[in-house]
Design a protein around this ligand. Structure first.
Ligand SMILES: *[C@@H]1O[C@H](CO)[C@@H](O)[C@H](O)[C@H]1NC(C)=O
Ligand SMILES: *[C@@H]1O[C@H](CO)[C@@H](O)[C@H](O)[C@H]1NC(C)=O
Ligand SMILES: *[C@@H]1O[C@H](CO)[C@@H](O)[C@H](O)[C@H]1NC(C)=O
Ligand SMILES: *[C@@H]1O[C@H](CO)[C@@H](O)[C@H](O)[C@H]1NC(C)=O
Ligand SMILES: *[C@@H]1O[C@H](CO)[C@@H](O)[C@H](O)[C@H]1NC(C)=O
Ligand SMILES: *[C@@H]1O[C@H](CO)[C@@H](O)[C@H](O)[C@H]1NC(C)=O
Ligand SMILES: *[C@@H]1O[C@H](CO)[C@@H](O)[C@H](O)[C@H]1NC(C)=O
Ligand SMILES: *[C@@H]1O[C@H](CO)[C@@H](O)[C@H](O)[C@H]1NC(C)=O
Ligand SMILES: *[C@@H]1O[C@H](CO)[C@@H](O)[C@H](O)[C@H]1NC(C)=O
Length: 488
């Protein structure tokens, strides 16, 4: 009900004339995240499929929600780097002398407090954003010419990064070159990399979101521009559910005597894998699960280790009620490593809900209205549906067509579209409203249908995806019109 009210309120607000006209007919750019061959390395590496230079040098870039520059490893990066497995972990190497389109820019002043230990250079070159839906097909590319790139000479982090911070130069280029609708971006980081130990791949959508990658409820938050990660949320509770279904809150003073654990602000980041929680919450986590620091810190990120595999889960509850559950396989991986970092009492760094959290969550960012949205990520059997994310609108997931002939035949869309063309906005609002209410009523039915479909789809992950995108996509005409309506 709350979301209903929010929807109405926001849609009324959006009726106000936009101060700037966005062209929300522009399709988004979808760039997937998985393991692939990269330039000058024999190892397949996990990241966003982005090339640089002419001819193309292909890379796998890790998305960062804080760094503003898109960066590449210089060929000499590993000669003086403390990055573990550096030669096969940079996301590729950029040889600038091999690119005919590269132009050095010595006077460029970095927008970042760089983590490349004082040693990086800047220039302009062509970025190539590859869209690659199916392994069997070739990729298509979007060229972003004269993009600002950072070339990392030395440092201790993996240097191949898509910078999606508040002042992202890539997003800015895409907008100023009129390639996407606005400063919007969505991310599912996936879990097909070694630390997460999973198989599910991720995606970036520039100027859009993947409507097949998340479900309701969609939660809205204001960005906190003063934080390094503007994606800041308030955590109100963290509970551990034991295998027998019992819940213990790590903030519960009747369970953890003398604890001063309470609600706290945390920044979303992909710059590290483990969560960094307040000292007292971390202590309670250790007590509840007998977790301990690994004395050798073998994995280099201070993750706590559990004494044995744990079949329970951990649920993080945000102050608006959005709760995200880290399942057992995330809470203790095959080496019993947990996704929670040890923390000293005097540590004053921010608290982070980091990559481990984002393996379960779809993030949608609107840098034009400084708003972001979080929703449960659909991890398996998703159907890729890149959809324009018009600034100042609320992203909605694709809802599977159901029994209803209205929805199946796209008639809701047709009605809205038709009315929108002819009559006044009030009637459009009513139709949209009626359609929405109907859709909501159908949702329970849909859930059952979805469960039935799931079993079947498990066997046809890719093939079924192709067919469904083509034959059962959202009522295209209607959705587009509906979308325009939302924008106003
Ligand atoms: C909006 O973008 C679409 C797709 O790129 C284009 O065909 C159309 O001409 C644009 N409209 C305006 C008003 O710029
Ligand atoms: C993820 O991408 C890899 C290619 O790197 C592919 O082999 C694999 O099947 C994909 N996983 C899923 C679950 O689609
Ligand atoms: C490597 O880094 C160390 C410490 O920053 C420095 O003393 C040394 O000169 C560097 N070596 C090269 C080859 O850059
Ligand atoms: C990116 O730019 C924003 C300002 O737009 C700044 O607050 C943030 O600190 C920058 N990121 C880094 C890593 O310095
Ligand atoms: C880079 O990727 C594109 C798209 O798949 C491909 O056409 C091109 O051949 C690749 N370049 C190299 C050097 O592998
Ligand atoms: C390329 O980008 C730089 C820095 O943003 C700018 O100064 C220059 O004018 C651009 N060149 C062209 C040809 O657009
Ligand atoms: C568990 O996590 C550690 C720490 O990053 C990683 O090195 C290891 O590969 C993971 N193990 C499995 C089986 O996923
Ligand atoms: C424990 O917490 C989970 C996650 O919030 C919830 O789904 C479940 O109903 C709770 N169980 C009990 C017994 O309260
Ligand atoms: C925290 O305290 C430890 C000793 O207890 C000290 O070694 C460390 O430098 C301190 N860290 C900070 C950030 O003050």
């Amino acid at each position: 009900m709350a979301s209903l009210v929010l929807t109405i309120t926001l849609s009324l607000l959006l009726l106000a004339p936009p101060t700037f006209a966005f062209n929300c007919s522009k399709p988004p750019i979808y760039v997937d995240i998985h393991k692939r061959a990269v330039h000058d390395s024999s190892e397949f590496q996990y990241g966003s499929f982005i090339g640089v230079g002419t001819p193309a040098q292909n890379h796998s870039l890790w998305p960062s929600l804080t760094q503003n520059h898109t960066s590449f490893a210089a060929s000499a990066y590993c000669r003086n780097s403390s990055l573990k497995g550096c030669e096969d972990g940079t996301g590729g190497f950029f040889v600038k002398s091999d690119s005919t389109s590269f132009q050095e820019n010595d006077n460029f002043k970095s927008l970042d407090n760089s983590r490349f230990t004082g040693s990086s250079s800047f220039g302009q070159d062509t970025l190539r954003l590859y869209t690659h839906y199916f392994e069997t097909d070739g990729a298509s590319q979007t060229l972003v010419e004269n993009s600002t790139i950072e070339i990392a000479e030395k440092g201790s982090i993996a240097p191949g990064i898509v910078g999606m911070g508040l002042s992202s130069t890539l997003l800015q280029s895409l907008v100023s070159k009129d390639i996407i609708a606005g400063r919007t971006y969505s991310l599912y980081i996936g879990q097909g990399f070694d630390r997460a130990g999973g198989a599910v791949n991720g995606s970036n959508t520039f100027g859009g979101f993947d409507a097949g990658r998340f479900t309701e409820p969609v939660h809205a938050y204001k960005m906190k521009e003063s934080n390094t990660s503007p994606f800041t949320v308030r955590v109100k509770d963290i509970t551990i559910t034991s295998p027998d279904g019992r819940n213990v809150s790590l903030l519960d003073k009747s369970v953890f005597q003398n604890t001063d654990a309470g609600p706290f602000d945390a920044q979303l980041t992909t710059d590290q894998y483990p969560l960094s929680l307040p000292f007292s919450v971390t202590e309670n986590f250790k007590r509840q699960l007998n977790a301990r620091p690994d004395p050798e810190n073998r994995f280099g990120d201070d993750s706590l280790q559990l004494p044995a595999p744990f079949a329970g889960s951990m649920t993080i509850v945000l102050d608006d009620g959005f709760s995200v559950t880290l399942p057992g396989e995330v809470l203790s991986n095959a080496s019993n490593i947990s996704p929670v970092q040890n923390r000293a009492r005097n540590d004053s760094r921010p608290f982070y809900l980091s990559t481990a959290f984002l393996t379960q969550v779809y993030l949608m960012a609107d840098f034009d209205s400084y708003t972001f949205f979080l929703a449960p990520a659909v991890q398996k059997n998703n159907i890729v549906m890149p959809t324009t994310f018009c600034p100042k609108s609320i992203p909605r997931p694709y809802v599977w067509p159901k029994q209803s002939a209205w929805v199946r035949n796209g008639l809701i869309g047709a009605v809205i579209g038709g009315v929108f063309g002819g009559i006044g906005i009030g009637i459009v609002g009513f139709c949209f409203w009626a359609a929405w209410v109907r859709r909501r009523a159908e949702r329970r039915e849909e859930d059952e249908e979805r469960a039935r479909k799931r079993a079947k789809m498990e066997q046809f992950e890719v093939e079924e995806g192709v067919g469904t995108t083509e034959f059962e996509g959202p009522p295209k005409r209607g959705a587009r019109r509906g979308w325009r309506f939302w924008r106003r």
